[in-house]
Design a protein around this ligand. Structure first.
Ligand code: LLP
Length: 425
């Protein structure tokens, strides 16, 4: 469920009419619903605790939506953060996420990032390889510290979904095999700079079938049991993120309750603290990208192009993954639907959001909303074609706040400087 609804023939976010918001802030613009973010977090938390999982750490995957106001909205409910860079650690801390609720993932952490994470006191570094294990140990010893780590395992399961976002197969770059994990965990317990806390996995994203997750989690349980049988302490089991969301025409994903029940079943009797790294299921349907129609270009040969002021630099998912986003007119006009090719102004054919999409009739100046754009939307945007980053707006009830303003052209240019030999004489 989300809080984007037609009221009086006009799309609203909570109690804010999106047309008025777009007129005030301009387009393209990302709009997030606080109530939806909060609801998704609470539904997941209640499902997990309701299934009997003890005090789970829910660490929102900051990569999905890294706006500090979004992170702060979740942090106020007790949500933690799963981060993959120093930038994301800084964002999470700025949003008020306590370091003991931050998990640091990623295959290529730099020495500087690891040192920063240790100084910040973050809860768990998910180590993805043997060289990284040695690096974390060395940096922690240098500081006279013991780094709390988890070993990230690659459970070698096929989770379905788009190849570019599948992470749990043995030929993906993520994590180590089960055999390696056992060896590294035992080694880590003898390293002065490390405190092995547990094991972690994440098998992919937009997963709509529980079976591959259940298979992976059962293997993770086996690993915990084998490590304990060797006399090693395993306090935490991090099961990653990946639960899919409904993108309108796609398979209905499992509910958080079904997900939680599956986990409770697979891990029954295993006394661990669970951690989760959900991104999409919390943020996707809590955000839309609003765009305005620049032209309707009807070709005599038949194609009808809807040219928007939003482009692939604002919302990359369709160009990158052929992702489907529902597109809704903000104030739908009456009339039979027409087939549109929805495109942006960027100079490449890939800047096509969808082809032959049936939409109510649209005219220049109308507004449309790309639904389910709260995850991997603004976070993946760029200034390609020197288009300023779309601003981000957070709605709460009848209020809204611009939480990332649109940069001015002066700000954009001020980040660059001429090479000395190019200075005017
Ligand atoms: N944990 C780790 C280690 C991850 O790599 C990811 C996502 C997550 C958690 C969160 O997964 P989620 O719950 O959001 O599925 N840009 C792509 C998605 C890339 C996901 C990468 N890793 C997209 O737009 O579909």
């Amino acid at each position: 469920m989300n809080h984007f609804e037609l009221r009086g023939g006009e799309l609203h976010c909570e109690d804010v009419p999106l047309k008025a918001l777009a007129d005030a802030v301009g387009t393209p613009v990302y709009v997030y619903s606080s109530a939806t973010l909060e609801r998704h977090y609470l539904v997941l938390r209640d499902a997990l605790t309701g299934a009997g999982l003890r005090d789970p750490l829910i660490a929102f995957a900051v990569k999905a939506n890294s706006n500090v106001a979004v992170l702060a909205t979740l942090a106020r409910l007790g949500c933690g953060a799963d981060v993959v860079s120093e930038g994301e650690i800084r964002r999470a801390l700025a949003a008020g996420v306590p370091p003991e609720r931050i998990v640091f993932s990623g295959v290529g952490k730099t020495a500087r990032e690891i040192a920063f994470a240790l100084d910040a006191g973050i809860a768990e570094i998910n180590v993805e390889s043997e060289p990284e294990l040695r690096l974390v140990d060395a940096i922690a010893r240098d500081k006279g510290r013991r780094a709390a780590i988890a070993i990230r395992v690659n459970p070698d399961v096929e989770a379905g979904g788009h190849a570019k976002i599948s992470t749990g197969k043995a030929d993906n770059k993520f994590g180590v095999s089960f055999a390696e994990a056992e060896r590294l965990y035992a080694n880590a317990s003898n390293m002065a700079g490390l405190k092995p806390l547990g094991v972690a996995c994440h098998i992919g994203s937009q997963i709509t079938d529980l079976a591959p997750m259940a298979a992976a989690f059962a293997k993770m349980r086996g690993l915990v049991e084998r490590l304990r049988a060797e006399g090693l302490s395993v306090e935490r089991l991090d099961l990653g993120g990946g639960l899919g969301v409904p993108y309108f025409n796609q398979p209905e994903p499992p509910s958080p309750a079904d997900y939680a029940a599956m986990i409770a079943g697979v891990t029954q009797g295993l006394d661990v603290q669970f951690a989760f790294e959900p991104g999409r299921m919390i943020a996707a349907n809590a955000g839309v990208l609003l765009a305005r129609v620049l032209h309707v270009n009807e070709r005599p040969e038949g194609r009808r192009f809807l040219v928007l002021d939003a482009a692939m630099n604002d919302l990359l998912r369709p160009a990158m993954y052929d992702a489907y986003h529902d597109i809704r007119p903000v104030a739908p006009r009456p009339g039979a639907p027409l087939a549109y090719d929805v495109v942006g102004p960027v100079c490449e054919t890939g800047d096509t959001f969808t082809r032959d999409r049936l939409l109510p009739p649209l005219e220049a100046g109308d507004l449309v909303a790309f639904m389910s754009a709260g995850a991997y939307g603004a976070a993946m945007s760029s200034e390609y074609n020197s288009r300023p980053l779309a601003p981000e707006v957070l709605v709460k009830g009848a209020d809204y706040a611009v939480v990332r303003p649109r940069p001015t052209y002066d700000e954009m240019l001020a980040r660059e400087q001429p090479a000395p030999w190019l200075e005017p004489a």
